[in-house]
Each structure stands twice: as C-alpha cells, then as structure tokens.
Design a protein around this ligand. Structure first.
Ligand code: NDP
Length: 448
C-alpha cells in the first residue's frame, strides 16, 4: 500500500466519527501523491504525513454562562493548535450549534495550507463552540464570550496563537473576547484579529475575505483569457464573506443575483442590493424574508418547504460563501447543465469531493477555499503586523496588499499545478504549494 493510502487509513481509524476531518485529509493527501511519491522513503521514515495530520495540541473545555432568566447554560469550547512550523497558530473561532471536534479539526487542518499559501508567517489553528448566538441578547453574548475567553486566555497570545472571527463570531464577539483577555492577562496586545478600529483593528479586514475571493476569481479568469465584467454570479450565504463578495463582484462589473441564509434564498434578477442586504443582516440581524419584503425585484424561496437552493439559477460563476458541504453532486450537475464556467469557494470546503470532481471532469475552473478565501487570514496577518508596529495603515494600503497577495497565491498554485503536470488543477496546485513550505520548515526544525 502506498504511504499516502496508509496514512489516510490511519486517520479514518484513529479519528472515528469525524467525517469532515476525513474529507479534508483525503482531499489534501490525494493531491499530494506526486510530491510524496517522488521521495516516499524519506517521507515515511520521518513520519511526515502522520505528523502533519496530528494536531500539535487540542483543547476542549467547559464554558458555563448565565442566561437572561438566571439559568446556567453549559457549552463546550475547542481550540485546535494544529501546526506552528511557519508561525504562531492562526485561525478563527466558530460559534454554531453544529460545532464539534471533527469540524474544528477539518478547519484547522485546511488552515495550515491556507496560511502557508499567503506567504506570511502564520501557522494553522482553529477554535469554536457549539454555542448558538442566534436569538441571544447582547448580555448573553457577552456572558458567553467572557466565559469562553476566561479559559482560552491561558493558551493564546500575540506570539503563540492569534484567533479571529468565523461563522457566528463577528466584530461584537471579538470585542467582548478581547476585553476579557486584557482584563485577565493585563496586557494590551494583538491577541485577536478582526478587532474594532478604535482598539487595534485593521481597515479592510471586514471586507477582506469577500474582496480577496473576487480578486482571486478575477485573476484566475484573466489568466484563462476571460473578463469577469458582465458575468452573472450565484452567491450563497449572507454573512461577512458573502456580503463583501457581492460588493466587490459588483465593483468589478459582475452581477450577483442570489444570496441565502440557513432558512431560505433570494433570487434577485436585477442584482443584489448590497446596502439593503447589509441593513438586514449587519444592522437588524434579521432573516432574508425582510430583504425580499423590501425589494420588489427579489423572489424569496423557503428551503424547507420548497427543497430548492440557489445553485439551480443559470449563472456564469458560483461563489459558495456559507458553510461546508453546501454544494453537492446534484447541485454541481445543475450548475454544469446551466453552463457555469467557474466555481470559487468563499467558504471552507463548501463543495463535496464528488461535486469537485464533477466540476473538474467537466472543465469548470474550480478554485478551492484554502486559496480563494485566504484573503481574510492574510489581512489578519497584516493586522498583526500593524499591531506589532503600533501603526495603522490606510484602507487603500491594506486593500492593495490584499490584492497583491491574492494575485500571488493564484500564480503560485497555477505554477505548482503545471510543475507536476496537472495544469488547471487548482486543487492540487493549492495543496502542493501550501504543503511544500510547511514541510521544508518541519524538516529544518527536526523531529518535533
Ligand atoms: P457568518 O456567520 O458571517 O455568515 C455565515 C452565513 O452562512 C450566514 O448567511 C448563515 O446563515 C449561513 N450558514 C451558516 N451555517 C449554515 C448552515 N449550516 N447551513 C446553511 N447556511 C449556513 O460567517 P462568515 O461569512 O464569516 O463565514 C462563511 C464561511 O466562510 C465559513 O465557511 C467560514 O469558515 C469561511 N471563512 C470566513 C472567513 C472570514 O474572514 N469571516 C475567512 C475564511 C473563510 P444563518 O445566518 O441563517 O445561519
């Protein structure tokens, strides 16, 4: 059996009931075969793959807090410090009822390669909790965030582990967590990114993941001789990534016509009204029914009663920006039948393995999340640089750096795919380019 197959088998055996983690490991290791097989004996002797699929450390802790009725609630908190070969652990905190150890491990594993691809000195990590922020009062959110950080603050720091936002963790939650860290540890340092502008945040961090996704999409299409202007897009999600992806797509002359949340989706043939979407989601924290009620051109579709989603709309580009495995083989077939030319992932692992293969087999350009959504963590690393320098850069400066990083990532992964005879396979290119730097650093640092 090949070394790659042995390690995949081991991961499945040693990590039962973690399907998302298995999926992420299989995707990465399968595409690394040409690199590993070139030097299989050395890789096996040094147990490099076993080391890379095992987190350096994983923390699981109790998070007790008191709700508005005086009832004590108990959630579970996680932080997986996956790999620090190239820098301090870096990765977001997800607050969603679906969170479990396997999901945090899949996200942390992906983060290693994503962070490496940015070219910046950041290792891979991820954290979160099964806490559901939906429907909670501001005081309840603060109580949870303070309790979560009371435990987490023992294990993080500006030079060791720097968490950020993710699903359910936005500016408000980062603020409460930062306040509690400072209160307990007594230091004002860049321990979290995604901070507010008045206390060390970076301009353009809010926009970075969505904007970066579009810079990457534009560059990838350009290198294949296609102009993004005039193309229609289906976007899923209506959170941080989706909103700024829609905004940047419009600025580049494309036309996003859908968005979604966990209960429904909107088709707006005149193009999504970003100002209205922001008001509904960022200000009112409401459902998309409110968007549809205020926008005559929008059609609202309820997911549960209709069993439909935004992937059935005829578009040129699909940008999944909500959550993992939200685009399956049936969705991929509909998109291909409708003539989609590109799929670029804003979310982490939103496309199933079967759907990814279907796109690749049907000559659809497919850029995986670890490359396409790396603009968020890249700008977080820029926030860390500004915090260390005690300086703030202008929006234009950060945005220009972000664009440069995304263009660079595309060419790195494109070149890596070509070097290994897989031109156009951006999944393999991203995994290989990200992996090589981490492995070089691990080799240089000995058996640790
Ligand atoms: P938000 O919490 O801001 O928004 C998430 C969006 O996805 C919401 O519209 C939400 O709908 C929807 N959603 C979440 N979970 C589900 C689910 N299980 N089923 C259907 N819809 C769901 O998160 P972000 O925009 O920050 O993150 C979106 C994705 O992008 C995630 O995969 C995240 O890991 C990834 N990402 C985020 C980065 C960032 O900088 N924020 C950086 C890189 C990747 P509802 O409100 O109804 O729950």
């Amino acid at each position: 059996m090949s070394y790659v197959d042995e390690v995949i088998e081991l991961v499945v055996k040693q990590n039962p009931n973690e399907p998302e983690f298995h999926q992420a490991v299989k995707e990465v290791l399968n595409s690394l075969r040409p690199v590993v097989e070139k030097n299989e004996e050395k890789f096996r002797r040094d147990a490099l793959l076993e080391r890379i699929v095992n987190p350096e450390r994983q923390l699981k802790f109790r998070v007790p807090w008191v709700d508005d009725k005086g009832q004590v609630q108990v959630n579970t908190g996680y932080r997986v410090q996956f790999n620090s070969a190239i820098g301090p652990y870096k990765g977001g905190i997800r607050l969603h009822p679906s969170v479990n150890l396997g999901i945090i491990k899949f996200l942390g594993f992906e983060q290693i390669f994503k962070n490496s691809l940015t070219g910046l000195p950041i290792g891979g990590g991820k954290g979160g909790s099964d806490f559901d922020p939906k429907g909670k009062s501001d005081r309840e959110i603060m109580a949870f965030c303070q309790s979560f950080m009371t435990e987490l603050c023992k294990y993080i720091g500006a030079d060791t582990d720097v968490p950020a936002g993710d699903i359910g963790t936005g500016a408000r939650e980062i603020g409460y967590m930062f306040g509690q860290y400072k209160r307990i540890r007594g230091v004002f340092e860049g321990v979290l990114t995604g901070k507010g502008l008045s206390y060390g945040g970076s301009l353009a961090r809010t926009e970075a993941t969505g904007y970066g996704l579009l810079y990457m999409t534009q560059e990838m299409l350009k290198s294949n001789g296609i102009d993004i202007a005039g193309k229609t897009c289906a976007v899923s999600g209506s959170g941080n990534v989706a909103i700024y992806a829609i905004q940047k797509a419009q600025q580049l002359g494309a036309k996003p016509v859908t968005c979604s949340d966990s209960t429904g989706w909107v088709y707006d043939p005149e193009g999504i009204d970003v100002a209205l979407l922001k008001e509904v989601k960022e200000v009112n924290r409401a459902r998309l029914t409110e968007y549809a009620a205020k926008r005559p051109s929008a059609q609202y579709h309820d997911k549960a009663t209709e069993g439909t989603n935004q992937w059935e709309v005829k578009v040129d580009i699909a940008l999944p920006c909500a959550t993992q495995n939200e685009l399956n083989l049936d969705d991929a077939k509909k998109l291909v039948a409708n003539g989609v030319i590109a799929v670029c992932e804003g979310a982490n692992m939103p496309t199933t393995l079967e759907a990814t293969e279907y796109f690749q087999n049907n000559k659809v350009f497919f850029v995986p999340g670890k490359a396409a959504n790396a603009g968020g963590v890249a700008t977080s690393a820029l926030e860390m640089s500004q915090n260390s320098e005690r300086l703030s850069w202008s929006f234009e400066e950060v945005d220009a750096k972000l664009k440069g990083i995304m263009v660079n990532i595309f060419h790195n992964l494109d070149d890596a795919a070509k070097e290994y005879g897989m031109a156009g396979n951006y999944v393999a290119g991203a995994n290989i380019a990200g992996f090589k730097k981490v492995v070089d650093a691990m080799n240089a640092q000995g058996i640790v």
